[in-house]
Design a protein around this ligand. Structure first.
Ligand SMILES: [Zn+2]
Length: 314
C-alpha cells in the first residue's frame, strides 16, 4: 500500500465526538440534517471557531455499511492501491489537489474514495477554480439511480468568513477591505455555493477555558440519523436520499400543509429565492420532518430548512 499524500492526517480510529463541539447547537443540528438526508453542508466562521472539528464529526453520524457497500468500496480502494476503510471515511484533500485527482480517471479520484463517507474540503476558498468546477460538474450529474452502489459521497466544506479570519470574532477586529472579502468569496460564490443545501456560520463562544463538553454526543444523534434513513428507505423503496429527490417527486414526497405552503410563498416573495433554493429548502425540510418521525412537512420544519438557505458571502 502506498501512502496517501493528498490527504491530511486524520485518525479514523479516534474521530472527535459531537459532545466535544461546544455551544454550537445550530451547527450541530445542521450536521445532523446533512447526515440524515445526504445534504451538502458549508460551514463558515472566524479562525478558531471549530469549523474543522465540527466537520470531522460527520462520518461517525453516517449509518454503517452493508456488505454490498463494503465490497464495492473495498474494490475502489484496492484499485487506488489503498487500504479500504471499514467504516464511512473522511477524505480531506489539500487545496493544492489537481482537478483530475478530485474527479479521478484511470485511478479513482477523491469523489470515488469518499463514497459512502464524507468528502471534506477545508479552506474551500483556497481550492483552485478548476477544482471547484469539476466538483460542480460531478455534483450536478448526481441524479443518481434509486439504488446507487456504492453509495454517494457527502460533501462538507469549511472556510473562514474573511481572509484574515477575524470576521465574526467579537475579540478581534477584521482588517480586510471589502474588496478582499469579495475576492475571498468570489470563486466559491460563482462556482459552488448554490449547491450547498445547508449553510451554517459558527461564532466564537468565549475563551477556551470557559468551554465545556456538553450537549448531545455522536451516538445519540447517529440514532436519529439512522431512523431518518430508515424512513427514507421505506418511502423511496431504495437508497435514494432526500438530497437527491428528483424535482418531479417533490409535490408528492414533500407535500406541505397549508401553513407550510403559505410560508414558502412568502419566502419566495421576500427572500432572494431561486428555483434551486426552493427545491433545496423542500428537500431539507423533508429530512427535518424525517428526523422528527413525521410523514407530513409542517411550517416549522420548512422554516428551519429556510434558515439554512442563506447563501455565503459578505
Ligand atoms: Zn478579515
Amino acid at each position: 500500500m502506498v501512502s496517501d499524500e493528498t490527504v491530511r492526517p486524520f485518525d479514523p480510529a479516534a474521530p472527535p465526538d459531537l459532545a466535544d463541539v461546544q455551544n454550537q447547537e445550530t451547527a450541530k443540528r445542521a450536521l445532523e440534517i446533512a447526515a440524515a438526508g445526504g445534504h451538502p453542508i458549508l460551514v463558515t466562521g472566524p479562525s478558531g471557531s471549530g469549523k474543522t472539528l465540527l466537520c470531522r464529526c460527520l462520518p461517525a453520524l453516517l449509518p454503517a455499511w452493508d456488505d454490498d457497500a463494503r465490497a464495492a468500496i473495498a474494490g475502489t480502494f484496492l484499485r487506488a492501491k489503498l487500504e479500504p476503510p471499514g467504516a464511512p471515511p473522511l477524505r480531506a484533500p489539500h487545496p493544492s489537489i489537481t482537478p483530475s485527482a478530485i474527479i479521478g480517471g484511470q485511478r479513482p479520484g477523491e469523489v470515488d474514495l469518499a463514497r459512502g463517507g464524507v468528502l471534506f474540503l477545508d479552506d474551500l476558498d483556497a481550492f483552485g477554480r478548476r477544482s471547484l468546477r469539476v466538483l460542480r460538474e460531478r455534483l450536478e450529474e448526481h441524479t443518481p439511480p434509486a439504488q446507487p452502489s456504492p453509495p454517494l459521497f457527502l460533501l462538507a466544506a469549511a472556510m473562514r468568513s474573511c481572509p484574515c479570519g477575524c470576521l465574526g470574532d467579537p475579540h478581534r477586529e477584521c482588517a480586510c477591505a471589502r474588496w478582499q472579502r469579495e475576492r475571498h468569496w468570489s470563486a466559491v460564490r460563482e462556482l459552488l455555493v448554490d449547491l450547498f443545501h445547508l449553510h451554517v456560520e459558527l461564532f466564537i463562544v468565549g475563551p477556551p477555558s470557559h468551554r465545556r463538553r456538553g450537549g448531545e454526543g455522536t451516538a445519540q444523534v447517529a440514532d436519529r440519523v439512522r431512523a431518518a434513513r430508515d424512513r427514507q428507505r421505506e418511502r423511496h423503496g431504495g437508497a435514494l436520499l432526500n438530497a437527491h429527490l428528483p424535482v418531479g417527486a417533490l409535490p408528492e414526497v414533500c407535500r406541505l400543509d397549508a401553513a407550510g405552503q403559505q410560508l414558502l410563498d412568502r419566502a419566495a416573495e421576500h427572500l432572494p429565492f431561486t428555483a434551486r433554493t426552493t427545491v433545496t429548502a423542500l428537500q431539507v425540510a423533508r429530512s427535518i420532518a424525517d428526523l422528527s418521525g413525521r410523514d407530513s412537512i409542517t411550517a416549522p420544519h420548512l422554516a428551519e430548512a429556510i434558515h439554512y438557505q442563506r447563501r455565503g458571502g459578505v
